[in-house]
Ligand binder design. Sequence first.
Ligand code: GCU
Length: 631
Amino acid sequence: MRQVRVKAGLIVAALGCAVPAMAQEAPAVLPLNTVQNGPLLVSADMRQGTDLSGPWHYSIDPYRAGIAGFHGEMPERGQQRYADVDVRKAMAEDNRTLYEFDMAHSPTAALPGSWLAQTPEMRHYQGLVWYQRTFDVPAQRKGRTFLRFGAANYTTTVYVNGQPVGRHEGGFTPFAFDVTKLLRDGANQVTIGVDSQATAITVPPPVTDWENYGGVTRPIRLITTPDTYVDDAWVRLTRDGRITVSAHLDGPQAANSAVRLRIGELKLELAGKTDAHGDWRATMAAPRALVRWSPETPRLYDVTITAGEDTWRDRVGFRTIETRGADILLNGKPVFLRGISVHEEEIGANPARVITPDAARALLGEVKNGLHGNYVRLAHYPHSEVMTRVADEMGLLVWSEVPVYWMVAWSNPQTLATARNMLAENILRDRNRASVAIWSVANETPVTDARNVFLRTLVSDVRRLDDTRLVSAALLVDRAKDAAVPTMTLADPLADVLDVMAINTYNGWYTSDRLADLPGSVWHVPANKPLVFSEFGADAKAGFHDGGAGQKFSEEFQAEYYRKTLAMADSLPTLRGMSPWILKDFRSPRRQNPDFQQGWNRKGLISETGQHKMAFDVLAHYYQAKDQAGR
Ligand code: GCU
C-alpha cells in the first residue's frame, strides 16, 4: 500500500493539484452501446456525412495501460491516450509533466483496414490499439452530429476531445454515438481504443477457423441530421402482397409527427402520423407495376420517408421469400440456391478485411458470372453493408449469419446478451436488403440443453424482428458407425424451430470415405422442410497437380471431390440449395501445413490472389446446367 501512496504523492506533486482519490479510483467503464440505447441510423450509408477514412495516428497498448493503472485503478494521466492534450507543448512548458505516449506524433495507418496488414510487426498482434485523428466542424452548425462506425473488431471505446463517449462490443456490426454536445468549433479530436482480444465469453470465442482481423475494418463517418430524424425504417413487400412500412423517429418532434413514404417510380405515396413514441406503421396493396426483385431481375427502387426537416432514403428491392414443404419459394416460385460460401476478405496476397465496392464486385462477380450462382453464404459473421448492397444490385440471394460459432459460453448471460445485440444490429442494418433471404443464428455448435436454450432465444428474436425472411443455422449430423455406406442422420432438436435445414458435411475430406462412395451416401433428414448444404469442401493448393493420383491438396483431388459430392447432392429429394466451402482461400491460424497451407485454409475454388482451380469449373458447369434446366 505504501508504494501506491508514494506514486500518488509523486503525481500530486507533479501536477500541483489535489487528486488523492485518483490512485484509488476504479477505471471508468464507459456505457455500452446497444440497439436499445444507441442511435440506429438505419441506411446511414445513404446519408450525407464526412468520411473520416485516411491516416490515423496509432499507438499499441498491449498491457492496456490506457484503460487501467498498474493496480487496476484509473490509468495514470501519462497513459491516457485519449487525453485532449498537446503532449510536446505540455512537457516543454513544465518538465515535471510526464506523458508516456504522444498520439499526435505517433505513426499513422490508413483506416479502415485491419492492423494485421499495417506493418510486418503488427501481423500477429492481438490486443489493444489506440487510434486518433482530428477533424473540423463549422461554427455554424445545427441539428445533430453522430459518429458512426461500420464495424471495429472487437471492443471499441470512444473519446471525443478527451471526453468519454461510449463503448461497443462486437466486431462485425455498426454502432453510432450522438456527439453533438461534445463538439467544439473548428478542430476536434477523436480517439478510439480497439481491442481485438477474444475471451471465453465473447462472440465468437477465441478459437475459430478464420483470422482475427483486429482493428477498424469499415468506414467511420460523421453524420449530421436535423434534431428530429428517421432513426429506423423498414420498407418491404409482405407475403400477402402488400407494401408495408414501419419507421421510428428520434428527437424532440418525434411524437405525433407527419410522415410520408414515397416511391416515385411507382407513383406510390403513403402518408401518416407517428404515435406518441415516434413510431409509424402503414401498409397498402402493392401497385401492379411493381417489378419484383430476383437474381434474374434485381430491380431496386428509390424510396424516401420524409418527416419534418428530415428525409430518409434507400434503394430497395421488393420480393417475398418463404417455404412450402420442402420448397423454398422466391416470389411464389420454387428456387434452387446455387451458391458458395465467402469470408469477408478481399482478393489479394495481404488482405486487411477492407471491402470496397470494387472488392465486393470482384468476389460476388466470381459467384454470379463465374459460377452461374444466384446465392452466397456470407460466413460466419455480418459482412460489410457494401457486400449486401452489391448483392442487391447484382442479384444474389444472401445467407447472413452471426458468429455464434463452435464453442460459445452457452450458459453465460453476458454472452447471450452480446449475441442477441449482434443479431439485432445485423437485422436492423440489413432488413431493407432484398438480397438477404436467410438469417442464420449459428454454425456447427454442439447440441446441449444450454445451447438449445441459447439458440432458441436467437431464433425467436429473429422472428420478432423480421417476419419476412427465413431462419436457419449450419448444423452437424450424426454419422452411423460401421455402416456399409456413409449414413448420416440430422437429429439436432434445433431443426424443429428452423425454416431451412442446413448441414455442413465434409465426407471424403475429414473422413476416410472413398470419394467413389459419396454418391451412395444415405441421409436421414426431415422430408417436410427444405435442405441446403451450408458447407462441403476440400483443400487444394492452386497449381499443385498430381495427375489424378488422388492426393489430398491436389487440384485433381478437389475437383473429383466436387464431382462426387454433387452426384450425392443430386440424390437428395429435399435438397434446395448449397453453399460449398468456399469461394476463395482465406487466412486461418489453424492451417499450418508448410507444403500446402502456410496459414491459409485452401478450400477455395480460387486462390487468395484469384487464381481459379480445376474444381471451380466443375461447380460452374453444374450450376449452369441447373440454371438452364430452370432448376
Ligand atoms: C467448418 C467451419 C468453417 C471451416 C471449415 C473447414 O465447417 O464451419 O469455418 O473453415 O469447416 O474446416 O475448412
